[in-house]
Design a protein around this ligand. Structure first.
Ligand code: FE2
Length: 366
C-alpha cells in the first residue's frame, strides 16, 4: 500500500488564472503559446460576474478568468497580485472523498463538495486552500461529456481542438513561499496529499554570487503530479524569490512547466510567434556536450535557441524558461523535454539564475 492511497489523483485537471483582462490574455495564450480556445462562459452565457476562456493544448488546460465588476474577488485578486494562477485543479475519482480526506488532515475548506449539471451530464467539485490565496479544486468528471464544466459553451465547431505546437501535458507547477515557510508547506503536502519528497536543493546548490534559494520537490505516489516549493535564502542582494514575493504580494505560483517531445520544434515555433525566453550565455555551451553527452538533438540547435540540457543517473532533460508572462516579475513558463531524467535541471540552476538575475538587474531590483 503506497503512502497516498487515501488521496488518489488521476491527473492535472486544469490551471485557472485570474487575470486583469481575460479577453486579451486569451489572445496571448493562443497566438504566442499555441493554445486553442475551446469553451467560454460569461455574460453571453448567463454568467453575470466574470468571463472565463478555456484554452487547451493536448492535455494542458488553462482557464483564464477576469472579474467584470469592481467589487469582484477576481478583480481584487488581479489588482493585488497581477495576473496569476489561482487554482491548481486535480482530477480525482471522487471530489467528496478527496475533500473529506484533505479537511480531516487539516486542510482549510474553500468550497464544500457539490455537483454541477447540464445536458452533458454532471461534474463533482470541491476546493481546499494552499499557500497564499491559492486553492486546489478536486474535479470528478467521470460522468461528464461536455466541453469543460456545466454552463460553458463550446467554442470548437467540429471535433477536436488544434494540436498546437507540441506542448503535451503539465510537468510541474512551482510555488514560491516566504522565507522560513518552505518546511511548513512541504509538511502540508505530505500530510494532506500523502506526497513524498523527491529532491531537496540546498541554498549552497542553488546560489550565485548574489542570491540563493532553497527548494524541495513534492510528488504524488505515481510521480505524475510534482510541486516544487521554493523559499528565498540569504544572499548578498535580493533573491529572485524575494523579488517575486514583493511584486506578487505574497506566495504564489512561480512557474508552470509544460512537457514536449520535441523541444527544438516547439521553441522554434514559440520564437516565431514572438515569445521571449531568458538568454543563455554563450559560455554555457562551451562544455555542455562534454557534461551531458549523447542526446537525441543537435547541440547547435540548443545553442541557436538557448535551450539548456542536464543529465543525471536516470537520463537527461532539455529545458528553457520564458520571460515573465506579464509586467510584474512573477509568473513564467518552462518548456521541458524529458528522456528518463526525473530531475529539474540541477546542473542548470546556476546558469539559469544568473540569467534571471540579469533580468532582475535590468528592472533595478537586484
Ligand atoms: Fe521547473
Amino acid at each position: 500500500m503506497s503512502s497516498n492511497d487515501f488521496m488518489p489523483i488521476k491527473n492535472w485537471d486544469h490551471l485557472e488564472l485570474w487575470v486583469g483582462n481575460a479577453k486579451q490574455s486569451a489572445y496571448y495564450y493562443e497566438h504566442a503559446l499555441g493554445f486553442t480556445q475551446t469553451a467560454y462562459a460569461g455574460p453571453e452565457t448567463g454568467v453575470r460576474d466574470r468571463a472565463s476562456y478555456v484554452m487547451d493544448q493536448n492535455d494542458v488546460r488553462l482557464v483564464l478568468t477576469s472579474g467584470l465588476r469592481p467589487d469582484s474577488e477576481i478583480t481584487r485578486f488581479a489588482c493585488s497580485h497581477g495576473d496569476g494562477v489561482k487554482d491548481v485543479a486535480l482530477t480525482v475519482p471522487s471530489a467528496t472523498e478527496a475533500y473529506r480526506q484533505a479537511v480531516q488532515r487539516g486542510a482549510r475548506s474553500v468550497a464544500e463538495p457539490h455537483w454541477l449539471e447540464d445536458d452533458y451530464g454532471r461534474v463533482e467539485l470541491a476546493s481546499i486552500a494552499t499557500y497564499g490565496e491559492n486553492v486546489h479544486t478536486f474535479v470528478n468528471r467521470d460522468e461528464y461529456a461536455g466541453p469543460y464544466l456545466p454552463g460553458y459553451q463550446s467554442r470548437v465547431e467540429n471535433g477536436e481542438p488544434a494540436t498546437g505546437i507540441g506542448m503535451l501535458n503539465i510537468d510541474h507547477v512551482v510555488g514560491n513561499v516566504e522565507l522560513g515557510r518552505m518546511e511548513h508547506w512541504v509538511e502540508y503536502y505530505e500530510r494532506v496529499f500523502g506526497m513524498v519528497e523527491l529532491i531537496h536543493f540546498s541554498d549552497e546548490a542553488i546560489s550565485t554570487e548574489y542570491s540563493a534559494l532553497m527548494s524541495k520537490v513534492m510528488m504524488d505516489g505515481e510521480g505524475k503530479i510534482k510541486f516544487p516549493i521554493n523559499e528565498p535564502a540569504e544572499g548578498k542582494r535580493k533573491s529572485q524569490i524575494e523579488e517575486y514575493l514583493d511584486f506578487y504580494g505574497g506566495p504564489g505560483v512561480q512557474h508552470v512547466a509544460l512537457a514536449t517531445e520535441d523541444i527544438v520544434s516547439t521553441v522554434e515555433q514559440l520564437q516565431d510567434r514572438g515569445l521571449h525566453f531568458l538568454k543563455t550565455p554563450g559560455s554555457y555551451y562551451e562544455e555542455l556536450e562534454e557534461r551531458v553527452g549523447e542526446i537525441d538533438a543537435e547541440y547547435e540547435d540548443l545553442q541557436r535557441l538557448g535551450i539548456l540540457a542536464d543529465r543525471d543517473e536516470e537520463g537527461y532533460l532539455l529545458q528553457i524558461f520564458t520571460k515573465t508572462a506579464q509586467d510584474r516579475p512573477t509568473l513564467f513558463f518552462e518548456v521541458i523535454e524529458r528522456h528518463g531524467s526525473r530531475g529539474f535541471g540541477e546542473g542548470n540552476f546556476k546558469a539559469l539564475f544568473e540569467a534571471i538575475e540579469r533580468e532582475q538587474a535590468l528592472r533595478g531590483n537586484l
